[in-house]
Design a protein. Structure first.
Lengths: 332, 270
């Protein structure tokens, strides 16, 4: 299979195109997705190729966007609804958490909801406190929902295609920083020419190493890979585990890595309290404490909203430098 | 409405299910949390109307939340080129939720085959609509979205039937959504704990109780010579026997095995 270099945005766009060509029941709707081709061009050209019945602009009505996805899925479509910023998912929390996630179980298994809610968080773009929130952990208590976070173009395409074909409601969280920040590992990368799928629910080892495990997700995978590459030059082996899916979580791959390196750092773009990092740390503390040779380290945002100023935001965020520092401290 | 039209129901949807032919024992069994229930006892009374085989895929316990879902059902049906419609039921309390406005607007903008049915019983729990509703009327609010709107005396079976026929015809003609405001009244309180007394004036209660929908229908049929007291009595007895049998069946049903529940969370296993 030939391999090309695609950006994260191009890979997502290709996944949508391929699945829409493959299956007429896939439709796309959301704010700015049709005529404008998406604020970040993820849905570029879909309206032209698939027409206005399958690619629809909506009003600014997040409740109706997710509700419409649920309804369309109930009658056999595979809707891909876009919530422009993850922050706006709060408006549709009821539809996502109380309805989409629970309808199958509540109905005694009568219904299935093959829908995807695509969204993105833009920490790292200097958008301030209401356009940068990484709210993934807030949705993890919603049993029945799957939560997927691609960190590279390869993952973005393979995971989105799998998500569209999956029969459960999926919250598909993209990273706005990976849309635009060319310095990131996840901004551009190799994507095979042709069809492939990536299984949902499986983590992926992005870098192998034997000294420290760094568990990362979405944007922080790029920071972790950059840190691992820097440390490799100094002879330190960092194993980067990309969670890819946080619900259901692939604890097995994380535990396996920790049993190899005996040290764990978890890097996540939210505050520490009850974050995804807390869940990973708790799991390892509960089931693999015997493997640890040092306390678990969590790298998160400090307990405050995101500051807008670019330089302050940089200080606020988990960066490769902070990961390098944490690894060195852990190995002392 | 046709039996293949899709109903989005509510926590007070037991009547919708029975009207669609869902077995009484399945509805009662769901209330009792038994395996015989429509949702195997996992939903309970508030979701007892859900029966996919009767085209009722949702019965929501969150006020107003079925409205945007109906928009999606309408979108799906229209996309498939079907002449089926989505009918969503809700109460007067739902018209003050954001979901109501977002849903009506989107259904109108996309001209979808959705029938909105507001069962306006004048009270959201114990709070009178006069204390929570701004504007002229629910019907006026719906028509402000450019939606074809009807009002009907909700306790009059014939009037509701005729109105629904007209609304469904409008929708199936491809003219977009329709809205019916049915004025009705709760015969009881909001829930088992509520007798529906202290917040509803005695005269109002008496007036509405005198408009019992079954009495109204019977009297009309009697006047037309289609029914008499003997028929009424025999129907009541027959229904009584059906209910007794269903109660027994529901009571005798086992409870769903807890060990099988985890299998029902996801459709695609990881």
């Amino acid at each position: 299979m030939a391999v090309r270099e695609l950006t994260y945005v191009e890979a997502l766009n290709e996944a949508l195109r391929e699945e829409m060509r493959r299956d007429d029941s896939v439709i796309v709707f959301g704010e700015e997705v049709a005529l404008a081709g998406g604020v970040y061009k993820v849905t570029k050209g879909l309206l032209e190729e698939f027409g206005p019945e399958r690619v629809r602009d909506t009003p600014i009505s997040e409740v109706a966007i997710v509700g419409a996805a649920i309804g369309a899925a109930l009658v056999g479509l595979r809707p891909v609804a876009e919530i422009m910023f993850f922050d706006f998912a709060g408006i549709a929390f009821d539809q996502i958490v109380t309805h989409a996630s629970k309808m199958r179980f509540t109905s005694g298994g009568q219904v299935k909801l093959p829908l995807v809610i695509r969204t993105q968080y833009s920490l790292g773009r200097s958008y301030g406190s209401q356009h940068t929130q990484f709210l993934a952990a807030s949705f993890m208590q919603a049993q029945g929902l799957k939560i997927v976070l691609p960190s590279t173009p390869f993952d973005a395409k393979g995971l989105l295609k799998s998500a569209i074909r999956d029969d459960d409601p999926i919250l598909f969280i993209e990273s706005g920083s990976l849309y635009v920040n060319k310095s990131y590992y996840g901004y551009r990368g190799p994507v095979p020419d042709g069809e492939y799928l990536i299984p949902i629910g499986k983590a992926d080892v992005k870098r192998e190493g034997t000294d420290v495990t760094v568990v990362a997700l979405s944007r922080t995978v790029s920071e972790a890979v950059a840190a691992a590459d820097m440390l490799r030059e100094e002879g330190v082996g960092v194993e980067v585990v990309d969670l890819r899916t946080i619900q259901p979580m692939d604890y097995t791959t994380v535990e396996k890595s920790v049993r190899k390196t005996n040290r764990l750092i978890v890097a996540e773009d939210s505050v520490k309290t009850c974050g995804v990092s807390a869940e990973v740390a708790a799991y390892i503390a509960e089931y693999a404490l015997d493997a640890l040779e040092a306390p678990i380290v969590r790298l998160n945002s400090p307990p405050m909203p995101t500051p807008q100023s670019a330089s302050l935001e940089r200080e606020y965020m988990v960066t490769s430098d902070k990961i390098v520092e944490a690894v060195k401290k852990l190995l002392k | 409405m046709r039996s293949d039209d899709i109903v989005l129901s509510t926590y007070r949807g037991h009547g919708h299910a029975l009207a669609r032919g869902v077995p009484i024992a399945a509805v009662l069994g769901e209330i009792l949390g038994k395996a015989i229930g429509t949702c195997k006892g996992l939903g309970g009374s508030m979701h007892a109307a859900i029966s996919v085989s009767h085209n009722i895929p949702m019965a929501t316990a969150i006020v107003g939340s079925g409205i945007p879902v109906a928009v999606g059902v309408g979108l799906g049906l229209k996309y498939k080129g079907s002449d089926r419609l989505a009918a969503v039921f809700f109460g007067d309390g739902a018209v003050n939720t954001g979901a109501f406005h977002e849903g009506l607007n989107l259904a109108a903008v996309w001209a979808l085959p959705v029938l909105f049915v507001c069962e306006n019983n004048l009270y959201a729990m114990t709070t009178a609509i006069s204390r929570t509703f701004a504007g002229q009327s629910i019907a006026a609010r719906a028509s402000s979205y450019g939606i074809k709107t009807y009002t009907a005396m909700g306790n009059d079976v014939v009037e509701v039937y005729k109105t629904a026929l007209e609304a469904a015809e409008h929708i199936r003609a491809g003219k977009g959504p329709a809205f019916i405001e049915c004025r009705t009244y709760r015969q009881r309180g909001h829930g088992g704990y509520d007798m529906g007394v202290w917040y509803r004036p005695a005269e109002e209660r008496e007036l509405w109780f005198s408009r019992d929908p079954i009495d109204l229908l019977f009297n009309r049929l009697k006047e037309l010579g289609y029914a008499d007291e003997a028929l009424r009595r025999s129907l009541i007895d027959e229904v009584g026997r059906m209910v007794e049998k269903a109660v027994e069946e529901a009571l005798n049903s086992p409870v769903t095995d807890f060990k099988t529940l985890a299998e029902l969370v996801y459709a695609t296993k990881v």
